[in-house]
Design a protein around this ligand. Structure first.
Ligand SMILES: [Zn+2]
Length: 323
């Protein structure tokens, strides 16, 4: 998660390179954009406050650059700032937005541009809500809202190397990332989480296509591929970071999760102790934890712990596996 110090660093030393670059002449941009969009994005204009309905629009989806269609912000990071401009706490990726020092109008500000095509978006300030503390104050005219059908769910069920390896193999799952959630420390490290003092659980964030695999199926698979009846423990792994937990994003998901847990209880003689918590933030773990099983299949832990879990999982859910 980016914080103010990262923004200063990028403004001083340059933003990480974008995934691609789009360059056009002013004439080419004019042909693609309305006059208003051109003024804002290519001539660094500012729209009138409260001039767009986008400020108070919070439906799920994604915001892309009006010039080049690069994804910039997710609706999950949008908040009501009361300023009259659409406001976000984070870009969708670290390299989506570029940061430049702006000394115009006698102020010292940090300008936010599309890192792909240099479109002027707005400015970034350090008075946003925690945990990032950032407020991306963005012109609605520089954005385009696109609907996305993919959804996210976050689970903890012991060591994330195991849970990641399981969910990666399911049809309808687009992406699985290992990380931390449910604690009190911003941007925790693996070391801090393992110390048990941050309150975070090791979790995976699963991005999936609901038309191919349902929320309910993912819950059932989660509850049957780890032991949901042991408090703060999975096998030899013990500590609150290994607790069984489901993060829901709305009341409907919470109700579904409670129902699926009730049904799953019939298969266990001990009480299910899986926690249900409202999702707040996912902190991605260090790179060497990502795709761990696939990258380290020869490692002792993968052979001794993950392989048996995977083979049980394959037997149970062979009809749901990727080809
Ligand atoms: Zn762009």
């Amino acid at each position: 998660m980016l914080r103010w110090l990262d923004i200063i660093k990028f403004a001083n030393n340059g933003t990480p390179a974008p995934d691609k670059r789009v360059e056009k002449t002013p004439e080419e941009w004019k042909a693609l954009l309305t006059e208003e969009q051109f003024k804002i994005t290519r001539l660094k204009g500012t729209e009138r406050a409260f001039s767009s309905e986008l400020c108070s629009y919070f439906a799920p989806g994604r915001y892309v650059c009006v010039c080049c269609d690069t994804a910039l912000f997710d609706a999950e990071e949008k908040f009501e700032s009361g300023t009259g401009w659409p406001s976000f706490t984070q870009p969708i990726k670290e390299n989506a937005v570029a940061y430049h020092k702006d000394r115009s109008l006698g102020m010292q500000r940090i300008e936010a541009r599309c890192n792909t095509c240099d479109a002027h978006l707005g400015h970034v300030f350090q008075d946003g809500p925690m945990p990032s503390g950032l407020r991306y104050c963005i012109n609605a005219l520089s954005l385009k809202k696109v609907a996305v059908s993919e959804k996210k769910i976050d689970f903890g069920g012991g060591c994330f190397w195991c849970t990641e390896a399981i969910f990666q193999r399911l049809r309808g799952v687009i992406k699985v990332e290992s990380g931390y959630s449910g604690g009190t420390v911003i941007n925790p490290t693996y070391r801090e989480v393992c110390s048990g003092t941050t309150g975070h659980a090791e979790i995976v964030e699963i991005t999936y296509k609901p038309e191919e695999i349902s929320f309910e199926d993912l819950l059932k698979i989660h509850l049957s591929t780890h032991n949901p009846t042991t408090v703060d423990r999975q096998g030899a792994d013990s500590g609150s970071q290994y607790r069984s937990i489901i993060f829901y994003r709305n009341e409907e998901e919470k109700q579904t999760a409670m129902r699926v847990i009730d049904e799953a209880q019939k298969s266990y003689s001990d009480m299910i102790v899986t926690q249900l918590q409202m999702f707040e933030h996912f902190y991605k773990a260090e790179n060497y934890h990502q795709d761990y099983y696939n990258q380290n299949q020869e490692a002792g832990y993968c052979q001794a712990v993950i392989n048996p879990k995977l083979s049980k999982f394959r037997d149970l859910y062979h009809d749901k596996l990727k080809q």
